[in-house]
Structure formats: structure tokens, C-alpha cells
Design a protein around this ligand. Structure first.
Ligand code: HEC
Length: 436
């Protein structure tokens, strides 16, 4: 610590005195104490036209919702920010986590009957986040059907080639996805496919896509699990959209290359477990923020160790009727570095992903014996899946190993839950944004 101790102690005393006076002399009011917190952490969504169902920038509405607000913040359901963010496991950019003190202030305010206090006009309402100037890519208008089979019981995974006009390589620096029919869309991926690439004497990617597409001439696109379909090799997944994510901006100076000659393939995962949505259609829109160059080039990879047990070793199915079923995994990074001369690679962000049985998810980075907690979620919420970017990237080397766990609740199930792509199956997935 570089601060002079004397100054620090005086500062602390002042703060403590101020707090003591604050709490003994008056109860918290909307304008003085609560509105600054709401404006900072809630109003981007909770305003007229925002994604939340009611406004918190209107004093009367906020007062009306005071009990629910106190409850949602105390339980840390709101604001949506699933990761443990108290400094014990990673430090994240644009953190929405409330401090214990802020939560207490809101609770005290609600308990006091939500008094409004003296109005003020110095609080600036945040804008609703949008990706201005983004390029739009639209998926075909499509009516999904249940074709998933046992690993995706009520689902269809459909891939489409989408167009992005460009005369050189571009870099994606941010994105958003607006599902046309949110009740149907479970997730969406945008993948890069080199049309010329062929493995051995197999057909090239472009030829293979034509073959797959021809299998169902009366419906757009083709059936695809995992990635872009059987026999199609992808060059990474620049975009992963899951519910609740909102506008994503990559860390300053980082972009993901979209090569000029590559095809863009969208994978839409439609879920029809809810009978009401069967027969409905969807047409979704991706918005991409594009740059002609960026100082650093990043790429996304997904680690999917639970799915891997379907193909390697023994399948890990979740035992039914248990409050906690834990799956653990380990991924040494040496294979990732094998063919490159890189000494290290920066981990800029993580995207934990499970389905609806998920309770907790965790990942550590072991750097040759030194353990760093990379991400921890104690209350998994399928409806709020975010990408978390670090304030400072975590440096990964050839000696590093990633270790993770997923914890599921299978109470109410009578049959084991198989790993798989369906919403009723499970995953233990960790998306990583890596920057060499
Ligand atoms: C990223 C957008 C977003 C932010 C930020 C956000 N909310 Fe919400 N909130 C929503 C949406 C969407 C819903 C309705 C869906 C749901 O309940 O998840 C909601 C629902 C709620 C509810 C009712 C449901 C419940 O869980 O009790 C309360 C209360 C609430 N928000 C309070 C807050 C407060 C207080 C903050 C800030 C401290 C906040 N929200 C920040 C989007 C947001």
C-alpha cells in the first residue's frame, strides 16, 4: 500500500463518523440514499423502454416496488450478476455487484416505508445499452420442429449460412443478438467456416454444407449439433448468445477476426419443451460492431468436458433425485500450446454455461502449483447468462491447468440426466476469450 498511514487512518475515522451520523440521525430516503444506487446499477434496464418489466427511476414506482427490491437485492437475484464478486474469485470489468452496505441501505429504506425525501436533479439516468452503428445479420424465418432425439428431447439445432458483405478481413469488437421469438430461442452461435478447408479426402466445408443442406430441401438450413454440423470444421465461435446476456463489448483494443473468405454459419438452438411454442416461427437478428483493425486479436473457445464424456471414457450421467450431483474436470493447457511458439496467452473473459439443473459452477487456474480462482457462481440462473471480462487478464502458460466443477440439483427427476444438447440434458461448459 503506497498511501501514508496517517492519512488513511484520518480518512477511515471520517468515514466511520459519517456512517454513524448517517444511520443515527435519519433514515435512508429514496432521493438521498437509494436513487444513486438504482441509477448506477438498475436503471439501465429498469426504465421506460428498457428490458425490465418496471421502472426504478420513477420515485413512486420505486417506492411501490421497495419490498421486492429489498428482497431481490438481499438474495442477490438482482442486479443480474451471477459470479462471486467480493474479491475472493476474480475481479471483473463493469461489475454490477452491490456492496453489503448498499444492500443494507436499500433494506433499511424499504423497512422505513420507502420515504422519498428531498428531490434532487443531479443524478444522470444511464442510457439503455444498444450497439449503435452495428451491422445486422438476420436468420431465415424458420419454424423449428422437434427432431433432437434422446440427447435433445424437445429441441431442434439448425444451422444457416448468413451473409456479411465485406471486401477485406474485419474485426468483431462487440455484438448483440435480438431473438425474434424469445420463448423458442435457447441459444445462438455465430461460427466461422473456411469453405476451402478439407480434411484428407473428405469433402471441403462448402461441399459438405451443400450436402447437409440438400437433406431437407423444403426447409432452410441443415440439422447440426455441437457446432456447424457433422463433417463441417469451424474456425472458432466469435459469438455465443444466451438468455439475459445483453450487449457485449469486448475489452478495449481486442477484436475477433472475421476473415474475408470465410463463411458465417449461425447455429440456432430452438427449445420446444413448452407445448405452447410448438408451431411458432422465429427470425432473429445479430448486430455486430466491426472494425477494420484492432491492436490485439482474440478468439473464443469452449471447453465442454461433460459432453466429452459421451465420446471419451465413461458417460457421466447425473444421478436423479439428488440435491447435489457434482461433476469435476481438468484441462491441462499444454495441448493448446503444442504447435505454437507462444510463451503465454491471456484469458480475458469467461462464460460459464449449464442448463436448468445447474446450481453452481466454478473454475480455477493452476499455474504450475499456484492456484488462482478464476470464476465462481453460487446461484446459477439459466435466465441470466453473462460473459464476465476480467479487469486484468489471467496469464495462462504451457504449464497451466484449468480445473472446474459443476453442481446440479436433480430433485424431482426419476431418470438419470444424460449430458447432451437439449435443454433437458446437461452441460458443464466454460467459454473462454483468449488473446495471444
Ligand atoms: C441487465 C438488466 C437488469 C438490471 C441491471 C437489473 N434488473 Fe431487475 N430485472 C430485470 C428483468 C429483465 C427482470 C424481469 C425478469 C426477471 O425477474 O429475471 C427484472 C426483475 C426485477 C425484480 C422482480 C423480480 C425479482 O427477482 O424480485 C426486481 C425486484 C428487480 N428486478 C430489481 C432490480 C434492482 C433493485 C436492480 C439494481 C440493484 C436491478 N433489478 C437491476 C433486468 C435487470
Amino acid at each position: 500500500m503506497s498511501k501514508d498511514n496517517g492519512v488513511l487512518i484520518i480518512g477511515l475515522l471520517t468515514a466511520v463518523t459519517a456512517m454513524a451520523c448517517g444511520s443515527s440521525n435519519r433514515e435512508p430516503t429514496y432521493w438521498q440514499d437509494v436513487a444513486p444506487i438504482l441509477v448506477e446499477d438498475c436503471v439501465a434496464c429498469h426504465q421506460e423502454g428498457g428490458i425490465a418489466p418496471f421502472s426504478l427511476d420513477d420515485p413512486d414506482q420505486a417506492a411501490q416496488w421497495a419490498e421486492a427490491v429489498a428482497d431481490a437485492t438481499k438474495e442477490r437475484r438482482m442486479p443480474p450478476w451471477a459470479v462471486t464478486d467480493d474479491g475472493s474469485c476474480g475481479e471483473f470489468r463493469s461489475s454490477r455487484a452491490l456492496s453489503d452496505e448498499e444492500i443494507r441501505t436499500i433494506g433499511d429504506w424499504a423497512a422505513a416505508g420507502a420515504p422519498l425525501g428531498e428531490p434532487r436533479d443531479d443524478l444522470r439516468k444511464p442510457e439503455i445499452p444498444t450497439l449503435t452503428g452495428g451491422v445486422e445479420i438476420t436468420t431465415p424465418d424458420f419454424v423449428p420442429e422437434i427432431v433432437g432425439g434422446p440427447l435433445a428431447q424437445f429441441d431442434e439445432y439448425r444451422c444457416f449460412v448468413v451473409e456479411l458483405e465485406r471486401d477485406k478481413d474485419l474485426f468483431m469488437t462487440g455484438y448483440d443478438m435480438i431473438p425474434g421469438n424469445p420463448a423458442l430461442v435457447h441459444h445462438a452461435l455465430l461460427m466461422l467456416v473456411d469453405p476451402e478447408l478439407k480434411i484428407g479426402d473428405k469433402p471441403s466445408n462448402a461441399e459438405r454444407i451443400r450436402e447437409l443442406d440438400d437433406l431437407s430441401p423444403d426447409r432452410p438450413g441443415w440439422s447440426c449439433f455441437g457446432e456447424a454440423g457433422d463433417g463441417v470444421s469451424t474456425d472458432g465461435t466469435p459469438i455465443t448468445w444466451t438468455p439475459g446476456q445483453g450487449v457485449i463489448r469486448l475489452p478495449e483494443g481486442v477484436g475477433v477476426r472475421i476473415p474475408q473468405n470465410h463463411m458465417l454459419v449461425v447455429q440456432m438452438h430452438y427449445n420446444m419443451a413448452d407445448e405452447a411454442v410448438r408451431g411458432q416461427s422465429d427470425q432473429s437478428v445479430f448486430q455486430l460492431a466491426l472494425a477494420e483493425s484492432t491492436p490485439r486479436e482474440g478468439f473464443f473457445i469452449d471447453l465442454a468436458p461433460l459432453l466429452k464424456t459421451l465420446f471419451v471414457g465413461e458417460t457421466f450421467s447425473l444421478e436423479p433425485g439428488r440435491e447435489s450431483v457434482v461433476f469435476t474436470w481438468e484441462q491441462p493447457l499444454a495441448p493448446l500450446f503444442r504447435e505454437s511458439s507462444l510463451q503465454s496467452i491471456d484469458l480475458y473473459g469467461v462464460m460459464p454455461h449449464m442448463h436448468e439443473f445447474g446450481r453452481k459452477i466454478h473454475m480455477d487456474v493452476d499455474q504450475g502449483g499456484v492456484n488462482t480462482c478464476a470464476v465462481d457462481v453460487q446461484r446459477w440462473d439459466f435466465n441470466w447468462q453473462l460473459i464476465y471480462f476480467y479487469q486484468e487478464p489471467i496469464v495462462l502458460t504451457r504449464q497451466s491447468t484449468l480445473r472446474g466443477s459443476c453442481d446440479y440439483n436433480t430433485v424431482g427427476r426419476t431418470e438419470p440426466v444424460s449430458p447432451g444438447w437439449g435443454t433437458q440434458n446437461e452441460m458443464c461448459l466454460m467459454g473462454l476469450l483468449l488473446v495471444p
